[in-house]
Ligand binder design. Sequence first.
Ligand SMILES: Cc1ncc(COP(=O)(O)O)c(C=O)c1O
Length: 363
Amino acid sequence: MKVAYQDLSRWNKQELADIEAVISRVLRRGRFILGEELSAFEKEFAAYTGKEYAVGVGSGTDAITLALIASGIIPGDEVITSSLTAYPTITGIERAGGVPVVIDCEGDTGLIDPAKIVAAVTERTKAIVPVHLWGNACEMDKIQVIARQNGLVLIEDCAQAVGAEYFGEKAGYWSDCAAYSFYPSKNLGALGDGGAIATNSIEMFQKVKQLRNYGQKEREINAIPGINSRLDEIQAAVLRIKLQYLSEKLEKRKIVAERYTRGLPNEILISLTQNSKSGYHVFPVIINERNGLKEYLGSKGVDVLVHYPEAVYAQPGFQGRKYGTCENAEYIAARELSLPINEFMQEEEQEFVISLLKGWLKP
Ligand SMILES: Cc1ncc(COP(=O)(O)O)c(C=O)c1O
């Protein structure tokens, strides 16, 4: 049996028809940038997140960058984030002029450790960027207190967090600004690159709107230095449809995740933070002989991924600083394996994955 990690050519037929219809609508209208689809999506996405405002941008990486610039970061300011994250978290910080300071994650959850944030704060610290890795929510109440006590900007990296909740609130609720990615494989994915910020601050909202469009305040008035990072009309129109199907898809992912949780030995599972719900963007397991298992599953037709093979500071391009030892991040990075999870996964496909994995684990 062949089990795909995620096959983006598989569609819910009705959703596909709806998407084809809106693309046609945009084509016939002939407006492709900063039009009515984007304005409508921004309102609908803000409502989804529970924040007052949303701004569509070109990618999740840009969302992090623009949120930091709009927060007033200046070159050399330190930004604390997790050493276990997707590299674009670091790219987003660096492009804003920030110096990423990466700290260890917690050993059981793989998420940023609030106690270590406190230890890493210096006079140069400007912001904290917690990452809801794998769709699992960080301890945002604790992190929010640390940000407030130290006068720091709090930007949540919600690139993987659509569907995640903490104390009944959606991920993104706890910060000054949340940054989202609509990369096609994300829980809310576009048909290409895309991203957004969501915020309750009108200043942040207005600033990011200017920043994404060459710093323009109004047509041909370039008030501040900006970039070109606009979510285009076709992507916005597609995302409006995708939003309508989102809760159904999240529910299906949850069913798949719960089957894994029931079927697999507890020792290989990652813990969630207390009072949180995962969006199950990724289903990670922790395996000592990870590479061997990856090869074995591949040989049986099961696609698996690794999120991520190394702590971010081990990447050759890393220009930031590592704070203290990051043993938990290194431990998890050496052992994490992401099992196939998607809304189309059939029970028999999953039984196949579970039985292979259990068979491999047996001595
Ligand atoms: C945690 C995290 N942050 C940021 C990003 C960047 O998003 P994008 O690829 O849309 O730029 C990603 C994308 O994979 C991510 O997983």
